[in-house]
Design a protein around this ligand. Structure first.
Ligand code: SN0
Length: 320
């Protein structure tokens, strides 16, 4: 593997999940693989799970890690070319990324979308420029349009909790929120689940209020239903996530409080397991009775972030 940005960077989903679960069973087998190799994690936005799980994964592989919080500790970065830097930005991404590339063998970058200019966000300009200028393999720690370490984790967790012979029904449901959130997590989850569906691993349905359609390039092959109850019928896994509108870019169209999954709503499912990438706003996005109940996978799912990061770093290290 040369980079990790989307589902396109992995061919056979079953084999990457198998490899991740083998690492979970035996985390220290590859302690010498990353020796004398430096991982740099660069955060332009906050992080809890991604930061800690990726550091832990690197340590399990014998790597050293440096973390840079650009939002708090770094210079304000300029990403545009051809501008006179007489405003608030101090350093251009050309130099900043190139310098970090001098110090590190692999780099990770987190950068949320601005949610104002759809074309700019969906061009993935920042991530692409960073990857080009640092000249090192780059792992996405959530970019403007995707969160691939989360989606790989989600697939690992679904397979880990599925019967070997059964093809589970996985439902992604929109949930309410008070803030306009990126489409990165649902886009990414959708593209991973569509590929998993193609590879015969599961069936995938998406449900959301009208106006919250995701960019079609991420959802091709999914069943899309705007009636939540109909979508949830017979579900084995319910993946809960809010996102802002893609069409009316970055906007909250309806408050949609009635979309919050509750034990009552999940009665039509096949005693579905409940998933969320976290952080979750209790009793706004998801009923606490579900979060605290026996069907919740959220903590196991967050724990699995380590094995997703570790399999990705392992594959990149093997290719250095
Ligand atoms: C981010 C998102 O993309 O939805 C990160 C998820 C891993 N979530 C948030 O920013 C939540 C912020 C909030 O105020 O609840």
């Amino acid at each position: 593997m040369k980079k990790f940005f989307s589902v396109a960077d992995v061919n056979d989903l079953s084999s990457v999940v198998k490899e991740a679960l083998a690492l979970k069973a035996s985390p220290n087998t590859y302690r010498s693989l990353g020796q004398n190799k430096m991982l740099g994690l660069v955060f332009l936005n906050p992080s809890l799970r991604t930061r800690l799980s990726t550091q832990k994964a690197a340590i399990n592989l014998g790597m050293d890690v440096m973390v840079m919080n650009m939002d708090k500790d770094g210079w304000a970065l300029e990403t545009r070319d051809g501008v006179v830097m007489d405003g608030t930005t101090v350093e251009h991404i050309r130099e900043a990324a190139a310098v970090m590339g001098e110090y590190c063998d692999i780099l990770g970058l987190r950068s949320f979308p601005g949610l104002k200019d759809r074309e700019e966000d969906y061009s993935e300009n920042l991530f692409n420029k960073f990857a080009a200028y640092c000249k090192k393999p780059v792992v996405s720690l959530e970019s403007a349009t995707r969160h691939p370490l989360q989606s790989l984790t989600d697939l690992i967790t679904i397979i880990e909790n599925s019967e070997v012979t059964a093809k589970p029904k996985v439902v992604l449901t929109w949930a309410p929120h008070v803030k306009a959130l990126p489409q990165a997590v649902p886009n990414s989850f959708a593209e991973w689940m569509c590929k998993a569906q193609e590879q015969g691993l599961l069936d995938f349905t998406i449900t959301h209020p009208e106006g919250y359609e995701l960019d079609e390039s991420f959802t091709r092959g999914a069943t899309i239903i705007t009636k939540q109850e109909e979508a949830l019928n017979g579900a084995d896994f319910v993946y809960v996530k809010n996102w802002s509108s893609y069409q009316e870019y970055g906007k909250i169209l309806v408050t949609g409080r009635e979309w919050m999954p509750t034990p009552e709503k999940l009665k039509v499912t096949n005693r579905a397991k409940v998933m969320h990438c976290l952080p979750v706003r209790r009793d706004l996005e998801l009923a606490s009775a579900l979060l605290d109940g026996p069907e919740s996978l959220v903590i196991q799912e967050a724990g699995n972030r380590v094995w997703a990061a570790q399999v990705v770093l392992k594959r990149i290290l093997e290719n250095l």
